[in-house]
Design a protein around this ligand. Structure first.
Ligand code: RM4
Ligand code: MN
Ligand code: MN
Length: 409
């Protein structure tokens, strides 16, 4: 296997070098790629029709981190884990952070929960009730305290706020409530911390949501201040939205804060990243690479937001991490010189073929090479490596069924 892989790698390297691509630079950037996985993606979860509990699902925050460490072990690109509060509340955060370090991972973004309590049924930051807004801001403050305890740089904000019927709420009054609360949160952060403001056009409210799209998020962030940036969740757009264009626009405006990767077919499906539309994922990465080349994409938080019902969660996360690695690799080998020449000459077919040629390239030998260099087990196939390790079977035996759902219950 490794001999065949090495041959394939040498061939690919020669082909890319002939095209003027700096393969050493590509490999260095692939080795530096870091994606955060979500604690809630490892625990039992379900659809709104039911939860299917899996044998071996984590029963505690520590076990979620153990599973996340497995995803990192075989891919080498997932060293941090996002937490959701209160689902992941622990007594002692310093202690959890130390435990995570023994597993080779760390606590990443902190996600407040402003949507599950009865008090929030008419909204949180957009609520008409002053006490509810104050309560929501106080919960975010608790999350900032957690960030400070663990050294986290990202506060990840998603709001379920919205209305389901015309006339139910006053758009402008709610907008002002939102801005006021977001400004208060901005003031809680220091300059090395970022508040990531996620948008979503529908669900759980179905008539309007208070931060419905990237433009509204950008407007709120701009007014709040420089520590506020837009978070792009790939499942949070109306059908047909050109996400790569949104990404490029936000990057160029200095407002791209980060991503929640997943994939969708119909709505906010939270499917495996790259499973439905790998071309879209590649085109998004192509914009990111162009931004990196121009020095404007250094502070982007890359995170996965997925929650699976029936796949094995660790395998699913590895699939997503590999899809992100593949997309980044393909984006890195786009022949940028040729692309720009074609664009400037009005050569539409030439430009499109340049992009498609990178997408069509099998980059697996390149990924095998970097995983080998990083000393990862089973560098040709992380999923196979995880399967062979026996971890899932051991967890099933040890933990049993009924671990507790990703939604904290
Ligand atoms: C939302 C959104 C948030 C996530 C919640 C659970 O749709 O994507 O990021 O925290 O789901
Ligand atoms: Mn999300
Ligand atoms: Mn979502």
């Amino acid at each position: 296997m490794s001999h065949n892989m090495d041959n394939a790698y040498q061939q690919l390297k020669t082909m890319l070098t002939d095209q003027g691509i700096d393969v050493n630079d590509v490999e260095a950037r692939l080795k530096a790629q870091q994606i955060e996985t979500p604690s809630w993606g490892y625990a039992d979860s379900g659809t709104r029709f039911g939860v299917f509990r899996q044998p071996g699902a984590p029963r505690s925050v520590r076990e979620k981190f153990e599973d996340a460490a497995q995803a990192h072990k075989f891919t080498g690109n997932a060293p941090s884990v996002a937490v959701h509060i209160p689902w992941d509340t622990v007594e002692d955060w310093t202690e959890l952070n130390k435990f995570a370090a023994t597993l080779g991972v760390r606590v990443g973004a902190v996600n407040p929960n402003l949507f599950q309590d009865f008090d929030y049924r008419f909204g949180s930051f957009g609520s008409e009730c002053k006490d509810v807004r104050a309560r929501a801001v106080a919960h975010v403050k608790d999350c900032v305290d957690i960030m400070n305890a663990v050294g986290s740089k990202s506060l990840s904000l998603w709001f379920a706020d919205g209305t389901s019927y015309p006339g139910q709420g006053d758009f402008r009054r709610r907008k002002r409530h939102f801005q006021e609360c977001l400004d208060q949160v901005h003031a809680m952060l220091n300059d090395s911390q970022t508040m990531l403001v996620e948008y979503k056009p529908f669900e759980p409210a179905f008539y309007h949501t208070d931060i419905a799209d990237w433009g509204m998020s950008a407007a709120f962030c701009t007014a709040a201040g420089k520590r506020a940036k837009v978070l792009v969740d790939l499942g949070h757009h109306l059908p047909g939205a050109n996400i790569e264009h949104i990404v490029a626009f936000l990057l160029d405006s200095g407002l791209l804060g980060g991503f929640h990767f997943n994939n969708r077919k119909y709505a906010d499906d939270d499917l495996t990243t790259g499973s439905i539309n790998p071309y879209e994922l590649f085109l998004i990465y192509s914009e990111l690479v162009a931004g990196e080349n121009d020095g404007i994409a250094s502070n982007v938080a890359y995170m996965i937001d997925e929650s699976h019902t029936v796949k094995n969660k660790i395998e699913e996360m590895i699939q997503s991490l590999v899809a992100l690695q593949v997309s980044y690799a393909k984006a890195l080998i786009v022949n940028r010189g040729r692309l720009q020449t074609a664009q400037l000459a009005g050569d539409i077919v030439g430009a499109e073929e340049t992009v498609k040629s990178a997408f069509a390239t099998d980059v697996r030998p390149l990924l095998w090479k970097i995983r080998t260099d990083l000393g990862l087990p089973n560098p040709a196939d992380p999923i196979e490596g995880f399967r062979k390790s026996g971890y899932a079977e051991a967890a099933a035996k040890d933990r049993g069924v009924g671990g507790g759902s990703g939604l904290g219950a």
